[in-house]
Design a protein around this ligand. Structure first.
Ligand SMILES: [Zn+2]
Ligand SMILES: [Zn+2]
Length: 318
């Protein structure tokens, strides 16, 4: 099969061995996949990952139990043991023995075929296109923010970062009716937020008052987290969605002095994400910068790394 493989460097392979599904797993034939910042970080050495990249994809179940055969699916990325203390306490996403599709210890979906646990599958409703379905995983990650802070109408909230994840988080928070601003550097991306009815401010024009109840950091940079610390009010919260791997030197004194609650935030509910996409509470199509045929995946990764890019899709259907 074709696959985008990270070994010493990133390689497109036309004849990569097909995956062999393990117990409880099935084979999914990938239709489309999305490139995420995490993929770019993995290439830079994050998690020391080796193997097939890709954790945002939609596909059709090609072999597995009859109940799933032929269904169009998306797949939760945490593959868990169901026996450890985290799994038994209802925190399976934090399973001690987990592998993570295309991120940690398990091949991903930048390939014609991927092997995944059937327990991780969600059927995609016919009303969603393949392009929209690719966004289920990152939209779910955006929804996790809502389960970690009680956003209400009077909540003064800012999203730092108008990139791939920031624009999804902004749309999810907008539905709560909270007083919401997105801060970013790229005018075109800020305009997308405005089109969804979210107030957008360029970072150079931001008046920085420490008066926000909650700041969601989607910047992917230490500078973004520092800005979040300057925006949040004393006793306020920062929801941290950035994994700025390998970066050091963030001064956390403000967290102590202002008694700020910092909450890490990762994966969320696929069910909520699918529902949000179906009712168009989250509009993802304007976020697609470019779609590449799969054999141009290496080039697609390079384009995804450009500042002006939002979502880059890989099309395995051709
Ligand atoms: Zn991702
Ligand atoms: Zn476990």
């Amino acid at each position: 099969m074709r696959a985008l493989v990270l070994e010493k460097k990133l390689q497109y392979q036309a004849n990569h061995p097909d995956p062999k599904p393990g117990e409880g797993e099935c084979l999914v034939r990938v239709l489309m996949a999305g490139i995420c910042s995490t993929d770019l970080q993995l290439v830079q050495g994050y998690m020391q990952f080796r193997g097939v990249l890709g954790h945002e994809f939609v596909g059709v179940v090609e072999s597995g139990s009859a109940a799933w055969l032929g269904k169009r699916v998306v797949c939760e990325i945490n593959c868990v043991c169901r026996g450890c203390d985290m799994c038994l306490s209802g925190l399976a996403n934090h399973c001690r023995k987990r592998t993570v599709v295309g991120i940690d210890g398990r091949d991903g979906g930048f390939a014609d075929l991927v092997s995944v646990p059937e327990a991780n599958l969600h059927e995609v409703p016919d009303t969603l296109s393949d392009e929209q379905a690719v966004f289920v995983e990152p939209v779910a990650a955006a929804y996790q923010t809502l389960s970690q802070y009680p956003f209400v109408a009077k909540t003064k909230a800012t999203v730092v970062g108008s990139g791939r994840l920031g624009l999804l988080v902004a749309q999810v928070l907008a539905e709560t009716g909270c007083q919401l601003t997105v801060v970013g550097r790229n005018e075109a991306k800020l305009l997308l937020a405005e089109k969804r009815g979210v107030q957008a401010v360029h970072v150079d024009e931001l008046i920085c008052r420490a008066d926000h109840d909650v700041v969601v950091d989607c910047s992917g940079s230490p500078e973004g987290f520092e800005l979040a610390m300057r925006l949040v009010r004393p006793r306020g919260s920062i929801v941290l969605k950035s994994t700025f791997a390998g970066e050091q030197g963030v001064n956390l004194a403000a967290v102590v002095v202002n008694e700020i609650t910092v909450v890490g935030s990762r994966c969320g509910s696929f069910t909520e994400a699918i529902n949000a996409l179906v009712r168009e509470a989250v509009e993802v199509r304007p976020m697609i910068t470019q779609t590449f045929p799969f054999d141009r995946a290496v080039e697609a990764m390079a384009v995804a790394g450009r500042r002006e890019s939002l979502k880059i899709l890989l099309d395995m259907r051709r």
